[in-house]
Write a protein that binds this ligand. Structure first.
Ligand code: PLP
Length: 367
Protein backbone atom coordinates (compact mmCIF):
# COMPACT_ATOMS: atom_id res chain seq x y z
CA UNK A 1 0.00 0.00 0.00
CA UNK A 2 1.37 3.42 -0.86
CA UNK A 3 1.79 6.23 1.65
CA UNK A 4 -1.52 8.15 1.51
CA UNK A 5 0.33 11.42 2.14
CA UNK A 6 1.79 11.20 -1.38
CA UNK A 7 -1.66 12.04 -2.69
CA UNK A 8 -1.33 15.48 -1.08
CA UNK A 9 1.64 16.39 -3.32
CA UNK A 10 1.26 18.07 -6.70
CA UNK A 11 1.92 15.78 -9.66
CA UNK A 12 5.52 17.00 -10.13
CA UNK A 13 8.16 19.01 -8.27
CA UNK A 14 8.15 22.80 -8.97
CA UNK A 15 11.57 22.98 -10.63
CA UNK A 16 10.85 20.01 -12.89
CA UNK A 17 7.64 21.72 -14.08
CA UNK A 18 9.36 25.05 -14.75
CA UNK A 19 12.36 23.35 -16.37
CA UNK A 20 10.03 21.59 -18.82
CA UNK A 21 8.21 24.78 -19.79
CA UNK A 22 11.48 26.65 -20.40
CA UNK A 23 13.06 23.74 -22.27
CA UNK A 24 10.35 23.98 -24.92
CA UNK A 25 11.31 27.61 -25.81
CA UNK A 26 14.27 28.76 -27.90
CA UNK A 27 16.83 31.50 -27.08
CA UNK A 28 15.85 31.76 -23.44
CA UNK A 29 18.32 32.90 -20.77
CA UNK A 30 17.41 30.62 -17.91
CA UNK A 31 17.60 32.19 -14.45
CA UNK A 32 15.00 29.87 -12.96
CA UNK A 33 16.38 26.68 -11.37
CA UNK A 34 19.31 27.67 -9.14
CA UNK A 35 22.06 25.51 -10.59
CA UNK A 36 25.69 26.66 -10.62
CA UNK A 37 27.50 27.31 -13.92
CA UNK A 38 31.16 27.96 -13.04
CA UNK A 39 33.44 24.92 -13.25
CA UNK A 40 35.07 23.49 -10.15
CA UNK A 41 38.44 24.94 -9.14
CA UNK A 42 41.25 22.87 -10.64
CA UNK A 43 42.61 22.09 -7.16
CA UNK A 44 39.33 20.33 -6.36
CA UNK A 45 39.43 18.11 -9.44
CA UNK A 46 43.10 17.36 -8.75
CA UNK A 47 42.11 16.26 -5.23
CA UNK A 48 39.56 13.93 -6.88
CA UNK A 49 42.23 12.51 -9.18
CA UNK A 50 44.66 11.90 -6.30
CA UNK A 51 41.92 10.21 -4.26
CA UNK A 52 40.95 8.01 -7.23
CA UNK A 53 44.61 6.99 -7.67
CA UNK A 54 44.73 5.88 -4.04
CA UNK A 55 41.76 3.59 -4.69
CA UNK A 56 43.60 1.63 -7.38
CA UNK A 57 46.43 0.59 -5.05
CA UNK A 58 45.95 -2.20 -2.50
CA UNK A 59 47.80 -0.27 0.26
CA UNK A 60 45.55 2.78 -0.03
CA UNK A 61 42.30 1.21 -1.22
CA UNK A 62 39.22 2.07 0.87
CA UNK A 63 35.85 0.38 1.10
CA UNK A 64 32.81 1.61 3.01
CA UNK A 65 33.45 5.07 4.48
CA UNK A 66 32.54 5.89 8.10
CA UNK A 67 28.84 6.95 8.04
CA UNK A 68 29.49 10.26 9.77
CA UNK A 69 32.49 11.13 7.58
CA UNK A 70 36.24 10.66 7.46
CA UNK A 71 38.21 12.43 10.21
CA UNK A 72 40.06 14.60 7.66
CA UNK A 73 36.70 15.85 6.36
CA UNK A 74 35.28 16.58 9.80
CA UNK A 75 38.49 18.36 10.86
CA UNK A 76 38.27 20.59 7.76
CA UNK A 77 34.66 21.47 8.62
CA UNK A 78 35.49 22.13 12.29
CA UNK A 79 38.33 24.43 11.18
CA UNK A 80 35.96 26.19 8.78
CA UNK A 81 33.74 27.00 11.78
CA UNK A 82 36.67 27.98 13.99
CA UNK A 83 37.76 30.53 11.35
CA UNK A 84 34.43 32.20 12.20
CA UNK A 85 35.07 31.85 15.96
CA UNK A 86 32.54 29.04 16.36
CA UNK A 87 33.50 25.88 18.15
CA UNK A 88 32.10 22.68 16.69
CA UNK A 89 33.38 19.29 17.77
CA UNK A 90 34.18 16.67 15.12
CA UNK A 91 31.67 14.34 16.83
CA UNK A 92 28.95 16.86 16.05
CA UNK A 93 29.66 16.87 12.29
CA UNK A 94 28.00 14.38 9.94
CA UNK A 95 28.83 14.22 6.24
CA UNK A 96 25.91 14.02 3.81
CA UNK A 97 25.21 13.96 0.09
CA UNK A 98 23.50 17.34 0.46
CA UNK A 99 20.83 19.14 2.45
CA UNK A 100 17.75 17.98 0.56
CA UNK A 101 18.17 14.35 1.50
CA UNK A 102 19.75 14.89 4.94
CA UNK A 103 17.03 17.24 6.20
CA UNK A 104 14.45 14.79 4.96
CA UNK A 105 16.19 11.92 6.77
CA UNK A 106 16.54 14.04 9.91
CA UNK A 107 12.74 14.14 10.19
CA UNK A 108 12.88 10.46 11.09
CA UNK A 109 14.70 11.37 14.34
CA UNK A 110 11.79 13.57 15.35
CA UNK A 111 8.32 12.59 16.42
CA UNK A 112 5.55 13.46 13.98
CA UNK A 113 4.06 16.85 14.88
CA UNK A 114 3.58 20.46 13.93
CA UNK A 115 6.21 21.99 11.70
CA UNK A 116 6.64 25.70 11.05
CA UNK A 117 7.89 26.58 7.59
CA UNK A 118 8.80 29.99 6.17
CA UNK A 119 6.25 31.56 3.86
CA UNK A 120 7.06 31.54 0.96
CA UNK A 121 9.12 28.38 1.21
CA UNK A 122 11.66 26.17 -0.59
CA UNK A 123 9.23 23.48 -1.86
CA UNK A 124 11.31 20.49 -0.70
CA UNK A 125 10.65 21.40 2.97
CA UNK A 126 6.89 21.33 2.55
CA UNK A 127 6.90 18.14 0.49
CA UNK A 128 9.23 16.22 2.84
CA UNK A 129 7.04 17.14 5.82
CA UNK A 130 3.82 16.30 4.02
CA UNK A 131 5.19 12.87 3.07
CA UNK A 132 6.10 12.23 6.74
CA UNK A 133 2.58 13.23 7.83
CA UNK A 134 3.61 16.35 9.75
CA UNK A 135 1.12 19.17 10.14
CA UNK A 136 2.55 22.11 8.18
CA UNK A 137 1.99 25.68 9.38
CA UNK A 138 3.57 28.73 7.76
CA UNK A 139 5.23 31.71 9.44
CA UNK A 140 6.27 35.11 8.22
CA UNK A 141 9.71 35.99 9.70
CA UNK A 142 8.67 36.16 13.38
CA UNK A 143 7.54 33.33 15.70
CA UNK A 144 3.76 32.81 15.95
CA UNK A 145 1.77 32.55 19.19
CA UNK A 146 1.06 28.83 18.79
CA UNK A 147 3.56 26.17 19.80
CA UNK A 148 5.20 23.86 17.24
CA UNK A 149 7.58 20.90 17.39
CA UNK A 150 9.86 21.71 14.47
CA UNK A 151 10.86 25.06 12.96
CA UNK A 152 12.63 25.27 9.61
CA UNK A 153 14.64 28.45 9.04
CA UNK A 154 16.51 29.25 5.85
CA UNK A 155 18.98 32.15 5.90
CA UNK A 156 19.99 33.53 3.44
CA UNK A 157 16.56 32.49 2.34
CA UNK A 158 15.47 30.72 -0.80
CA UNK A 159 13.42 32.21 -2.48
CA UNK A 160 13.37 35.72 -0.96
CA UNK A 161 17.14 36.20 -0.58
CA UNK A 162 16.55 37.68 2.88
CA UNK A 163 19.16 37.22 5.59
CA UNK A 164 17.72 36.91 9.09
CA UNK A 165 18.96 39.50 11.54
CA UNK A 166 20.49 38.67 14.91
CA UNK A 167 17.36 39.79 16.76
CA UNK A 168 15.07 37.74 14.48
CA UNK A 169 17.17 34.62 15.01
CA UNK A 170 17.40 35.25 18.77
CA UNK A 171 13.58 35.41 18.88
CA UNK A 172 13.43 31.99 17.20
CA UNK A 173 15.94 30.48 19.61
CA UNK A 174 13.90 31.82 22.55
CA UNK A 175 10.73 30.45 20.94
CA UNK A 176 12.26 26.99 20.41
CA UNK A 177 13.60 27.00 23.93
CA UNK A 178 10.23 27.75 25.48
CA UNK A 179 8.16 25.56 23.10
CA UNK A 180 10.57 22.62 23.34
CA UNK A 181 10.90 22.77 19.54
CA UNK A 182 13.91 21.93 17.41
CA UNK A 183 15.17 24.39 14.80
CA UNK A 184 16.36 22.93 11.51
CA UNK A 185 18.57 25.72 10.19
CA UNK A 186 19.28 25.58 6.47
CA UNK A 187 22.59 27.34 5.80
CA UNK A 188 22.83 26.31 2.11
CA UNK A 189 23.73 29.89 1.14
CA UNK A 190 25.87 30.94 4.15
CA UNK A 191 28.95 31.46 1.98
CA UNK A 192 27.15 34.26 0.10
CA UNK A 193 26.96 36.37 3.26
CA UNK A 194 29.71 38.94 2.86
CA UNK A 195 28.54 41.71 5.23
CA UNK A 196 30.65 41.46 8.37
CA UNK A 197 27.72 41.91 10.75
CA UNK A 198 25.28 39.53 8.98
CA UNK A 199 24.98 36.02 10.44
CA UNK A 200 26.03 32.83 8.65
CA UNK A 201 25.28 30.28 11.33
CA UNK A 202 22.50 29.78 13.89
CA UNK A 203 25.26 28.91 16.35
CA UNK A 204 26.21 32.60 16.44
CA UNK A 205 23.10 32.99 18.62
CA UNK A 206 23.49 32.30 22.31
CA UNK A 207 21.57 29.22 23.41
CA UNK A 208 21.18 27.84 19.86
CA UNK A 209 23.29 24.76 20.56
CA UNK A 210 20.54 23.54 22.90
CA UNK A 211 17.77 23.64 20.30
CA UNK A 212 19.19 23.86 16.76
CA UNK A 213 20.69 21.64 14.08
CA UNK A 214 22.50 23.23 11.12
CA UNK A 215 22.43 21.87 7.55
CA UNK A 216 25.22 22.93 5.19
CA UNK A 217 26.06 22.09 1.61
CA UNK A 218 28.87 22.40 -0.89
CA UNK A 219 26.30 22.62 -3.73
CA UNK A 220 26.02 26.37 -4.16
CA UNK A 221 28.99 27.42 -2.04
CA UNK A 222 31.59 25.34 -3.92
CA UNK A 223 29.85 24.30 -7.16
CA UNK A 224 29.10 20.74 -5.98
CA UNK A 225 25.48 20.44 -7.23
CA UNK A 226 26.63 17.53 -9.39
CA UNK A 227 29.31 16.16 -7.06
CA UNK A 228 26.91 15.96 -4.04
CA UNK A 229 28.34 16.72 -0.61
CA UNK A 230 27.18 18.50 2.51
CA UNK A 231 27.29 18.19 6.27
CA UNK A 232 24.96 18.50 9.22
CA UNK A 233 25.99 19.81 12.62
CA UNK A 234 24.12 18.30 15.55
CA UNK A 235 25.35 19.77 18.84
CA UNK A 236 25.59 17.42 21.80
CA UNK A 237 23.56 19.84 23.96
CA UNK A 238 20.43 19.49 21.80
CA UNK A 239 19.97 15.86 22.84
CA UNK A 240 19.69 14.54 19.27
CA UNK A 241 23.33 13.77 18.48
CA UNK A 242 23.27 10.07 19.48
CA UNK A 243 19.87 9.51 17.90
CA UNK A 244 21.05 11.05 14.63
CA UNK A 245 24.20 8.89 14.67
CA UNK A 246 21.96 5.85 15.12
CA UNK A 247 19.70 6.83 12.21
CA UNK A 248 22.67 7.63 9.96
CA UNK A 249 24.24 4.27 10.74
CA UNK A 250 21.16 2.31 9.73
CA UNK A 251 19.99 4.47 6.83
CA UNK A 252 23.16 5.53 4.98
CA UNK A 253 26.58 4.24 4.09
CA UNK A 254 28.25 7.64 4.02
CA UNK A 255 29.77 9.60 1.15
CA UNK A 256 32.56 8.45 -1.14
CA UNK A 257 36.22 8.98 -0.23
CA UNK A 258 36.80 10.89 -3.48
CA UNK A 259 33.94 13.28 -2.76
CA UNK A 260 35.11 13.96 0.79
CA UNK A 261 38.65 14.68 -0.44
CA UNK A 262 37.16 17.14 -2.95
CA UNK A 263 35.11 18.81 -0.21
CA UNK A 264 38.11 18.98 2.11
CA UNK A 265 40.04 20.70 -0.68
CA UNK A 266 37.20 23.22 -1.22
CA UNK A 267 37.50 24.26 2.43
CA UNK A 268 41.30 24.41 2.46
CA UNK A 269 43.64 24.57 -0.57
CA UNK A 270 40.96 25.76 -2.99
CA UNK A 271 39.13 27.96 -0.52
CA UNK A 272 40.19 31.26 -2.11
CA UNK A 273 38.95 30.04 -5.53
CA UNK A 274 35.66 28.97 -4.00
CA UNK A 275 35.25 32.44 -2.48
CA UNK A 276 36.02 33.99 -5.90
CA UNK A 277 33.18 31.94 -7.39
CA UNK A 278 30.60 33.09 -4.83
CA UNK A 279 31.83 36.67 -5.36
CA UNK A 280 31.29 36.22 -9.13
CA UNK A 281 27.66 35.20 -8.60
CA UNK A 282 27.14 38.10 -6.19
CA UNK A 283 28.54 40.47 -8.82
CA UNK A 284 25.98 38.96 -11.23
CA UNK A 285 23.26 39.65 -8.66
CA UNK A 286 24.42 43.23 -8.39
CA UNK A 287 24.13 43.71 -12.19
CA UNK A 288 20.61 42.28 -12.09
CA UNK A 289 19.68 44.53 -9.17
CA UNK A 290 20.87 47.58 -11.16
CA UNK A 291 18.56 46.54 -13.98
CA UNK A 292 15.65 46.28 -11.55
CA UNK A 293 16.17 49.77 -10.15
CA UNK A 294 12.89 51.26 -8.98
CA UNK A 295 11.32 47.81 -8.52
CA UNK A 296 10.38 46.30 -5.15
CA UNK A 297 13.06 43.67 -4.50
CA UNK A 298 14.68 41.74 -1.67
CA UNK A 299 17.88 39.69 -1.83
CA UNK A 300 20.70 39.97 -4.32
CA UNK A 301 22.99 41.12 -1.50
CA UNK A 302 24.50 38.36 0.64
CA UNK A 303 22.36 36.04 -1.48
CA UNK A 304 22.32 34.74 -5.07
CA UNK A 305 18.51 35.15 -5.26
CA UNK A 306 16.47 38.20 -6.15
CA UNK A 307 12.79 38.31 -5.25
CA UNK A 308 10.85 40.79 -7.35
CA UNK A 309 7.29 41.97 -6.68
CA UNK A 310 5.66 42.06 -10.10
CA UNK A 311 1.95 41.19 -9.91
CA UNK A 312 0.43 37.82 -10.82
CA UNK A 313 3.47 35.54 -10.68
CA UNK A 314 2.52 33.03 -13.40
CA UNK A 315 1.30 35.77 -15.74
CA UNK A 316 4.59 37.67 -15.32
CA UNK A 317 6.59 34.43 -15.61
CA UNK A 318 5.06 33.75 -19.05
CA UNK A 319 5.46 37.39 -20.07
CA UNK A 320 9.17 37.37 -19.17
CA UNK A 321 9.57 34.06 -20.94
CA UNK A 322 7.64 34.72 -24.15
CA UNK A 323 8.18 38.45 -24.63
CA UNK A 324 11.69 38.87 -23.20
CA UNK A 325 13.24 35.41 -23.49
CA UNK A 326 14.00 35.23 -19.78
CA UNK A 327 13.35 32.21 -17.57
CA UNK A 328 12.57 32.95 -13.91
CA UNK A 329 10.63 31.06 -11.25
CA UNK A 330 7.03 32.09 -10.52
CA UNK A 331 6.76 32.96 -6.83
CA UNK A 332 3.45 31.10 -6.49
CA UNK A 333 5.45 27.88 -6.84
CA UNK A 334 6.97 28.65 -3.43
CA UNK A 335 3.51 28.65 -1.88
CA UNK A 336 1.60 31.19 0.14
CA UNK A 337 3.22 34.62 0.10
CA UNK A 338 4.80 34.12 -3.32
CA UNK A 339 1.82 34.82 -5.57
CA UNK A 340 2.90 38.34 -6.53
CA UNK A 341 6.61 37.67 -7.02
CA UNK A 342 9.12 36.02 -9.29
CA UNK A 343 12.50 34.67 -8.22
CA UNK A 344 15.53 35.48 -10.35
CA UNK A 345 18.80 33.71 -9.68
CA UNK A 346 22.30 34.89 -10.46
CA UNK A 347 23.86 31.48 -11.25
CA UNK A 348 24.84 32.21 -14.85
CA UNK A 349 27.91 33.18 -16.84
CA UNK A 350 28.57 36.91 -17.15
CA UNK A 351 27.57 37.32 -20.82
CA UNK A 352 24.18 35.79 -20.08
CA UNK A 353 23.76 38.02 -17.05
CA UNK A 354 24.55 41.14 -19.10
CA UNK A 355 21.99 40.10 -21.72
CA UNK A 356 19.47 39.16 -19.00
CA UNK A 357 19.96 42.54 -17.29
CA UNK A 358 19.18 44.25 -20.58
CA UNK A 359 15.99 42.19 -20.98
CA UNK A 360 14.96 42.93 -17.39
CA UNK A 361 15.52 46.66 -17.91
CA UNK A 362 13.17 46.59 -20.92
CA UNK A 363 10.62 44.58 -18.94
CA UNK A 364 10.75 47.09 -16.06
CA UNK A 365 10.49 50.02 -18.47
CA UNK A 366 7.38 48.60 -20.13
CA UNK A 367 5.61 47.66 -16.87
N1 PLP B 1 18.19 24.12 0.80
C1 PLP B 1 17.91 25.16 0.02
C2 PLP B 1 17.32 26.36 0.66
C3 PLP B 1 18.13 25.12 -1.35
O1 PLP B 1 17.83 26.17 -2.10
C4 PLP B 1 18.67 23.96 -1.93
C5 PLP B 1 18.92 23.85 -3.36
O2 PLP B 1 18.51 24.64 -4.17
C6 PLP B 1 18.93 22.89 -1.09
C7 PLP B 1 18.70 22.99 0.25
C8 PLP B 1 19.46 21.61 -1.63
O3 PLP B 1 20.78 21.53 -1.36
P1 PLP B 1 21.64 20.23 -1.71
O4 PLP B 1 22.09 20.38 -3.11
O5 PLP B 1 22.73 20.29 -0.71
O6 PLP B 1 20.76 19.05 -1.52
Amino acid sequence: MTNKNLEKLSSSYLFSQIGKIIEDRKNVIDLSVGDVKLPLPQEVTEAARRAADELCRAETFRGYPPESGYDFFKRAVATYYSRRNLEVDCDEIFVSDGIKSDMNLFLSVLERGKVLLPSPTYPAYAEANIIRGNEVIYYDVTPPDEAADIVVICSPDNPTGRVMTRSELSAWVEYADSAGAVILFDAAYEAFVKDKDALRSIFEIEGARKCAVEFCSFSKTAGFTGVRCGYTVVPKECGLNDKWRRVKSCCTNGVSYITQRMAECALTTAYDKVVENTAYYLQNASLLLDALEGGEVTGGKNSPYIWLRCGDSYKEFFKLLDMYGLGVTPGAGFGKGGEEFVRINSFALRDDIIAAADRLKRYMFCK
